[in-house]
Ligand binder design. Structure first.
Ligand code: A3P
Length: 297
């Protein structure tokens, strides 16, 4: 039995038999609601749909793989914890992925009814992450008005980052996933915030303020004057996070070294890796897929 299929229920097997399927060198894949999943991850999606009990204050951090998820998680933790911690800030002793677990490929992958109490506190919202497309996320939220933040990154940079990380492209197609959040953010901007990795790099101060406002926890005048925005940006910078002991020597629940989540963090690193032919092929596909949407990435 392939390890990526050992958690699949009879009901999910039946569902899979009705879906488009494919395989990569790690295992079998199926396409559900527009996204490719290993079978176990699909089981995680189904468990999430069946059993997640949303709270109105929950915040969902969504992204394509290798698009700045770790950074978004760190920034959101730092924003929501900013009035509480100083020396014992959670980001100093835990990796952002441990603080903001993935729904479908962590919590609901391991159990159909995971214990979420650890992620609840009376004063901060619960934070969860996902790589699922918007439609699939919304199904699990069952009409609850939770805020959703999506981090988008240039597809060629995400591709190179993924190549260094694992060499395997999971989820996707990236354009369908990104478009689902783009359209969602246009339809309901108070519910879905669409952020870009490149804009975060270009104008981090303004983007962090935008994120705080969207999440309903804007910086006060006092905080702005006391340098709170810059402090959060510094705490969550690639350099600071990757320098912490937990991120140098820790591992995630699947045994992956946290240090692999921090590499260069640059815009345009694809130029060092793709030939002009590869570049124009990818550009052509993306242009075709995004045509008429008003989005470029
Ligand atoms: P590179 O491989 O291009 O360096 P994810 O967090 O979604 O897995 O994405 C990983 C990418 O985000 C990696 O990109 C990584 O270096 C970059 N990254 C991680 N932490 C970051 C941070 N705090 N600030 C900016 N980029 C960060």
């Amino acid at each position: 039995m392939n390890l990526r299929e050992d958690k699949v229920s009879e009901e999910t097997k039946k569902l899979i038999s009705s879906l488009p399927t494919d395989k990569d060198f790690q295992g079998n894949l199926c396409k559900y609601q527009g996204s490719w999943y290993y079978y176990n991850t699909l089981q995680g999606v189904i468990n999430f749909h069946n059993n997640f009990q949303p709270q109105e204050t929950d915040i969902i951090l969504a992204s394509s793989p290798k698009s700045g998820t770790t950074w978004l998680k760190a920034l959101t933790v730092a924003l929501s914890e900013r009035s509480k911690h100083h020396d014992d800030h959670p980001l100093l002793s835990d990796n952002p992925h441990a603080l903001v677990p993935f729904l479908e490929n962590n919590l609901y992958l391991k159990s159909s009814t995971p214990d979420l109490t650890k992620y609840s506190s009376s004063s901060s919202p619960r934070l969860f992450a996902t790589h699922m497309p918007l439609l699939t996320v919304k199904e699990g939220l069952k009409g609850s008005p939770c805020k959703i933040v999506f981090m988008c990154r240039n597809a060629k940079d995400a591709l190179i980052s993924l190549w260094y990380f694992s060499g395997v492209s999971f989820y996707g197609p990236i354009w369908d996933q990104v478009l689902s959040y783009w359209r969602g953010s246009l339809e309901d901007p108070s519910r879905v915030l669409f952020m870009k990795y490149e804009e975060m790099k270009e104008e981090p101060y303004a983007q962090l303020k935008r994120l705080a406002e969207f999440l309903g926890c804007p910086f006060t005048e006092e905080e702005l004057e006391s340098g709170s925005v810059d402090m959060i940006l510094e705490l969550c910078s690639l350099r600071s996070l990757s320098d912490l002991e937990i991120n140098k020597s820790g591992k995630n629940v699947n045994g992956v070294d946290y240090k692999f989540y921090f590499r260069k963090g640059e815009v345009g690193d694809w130029k060092n890796h793709l030939t002009p032919e590869m570049e124009s092929r990818i550009d052509m596909i993306i242009e075709e897929k995004l045509r008429g949407s008003g989005l470029s990435f």
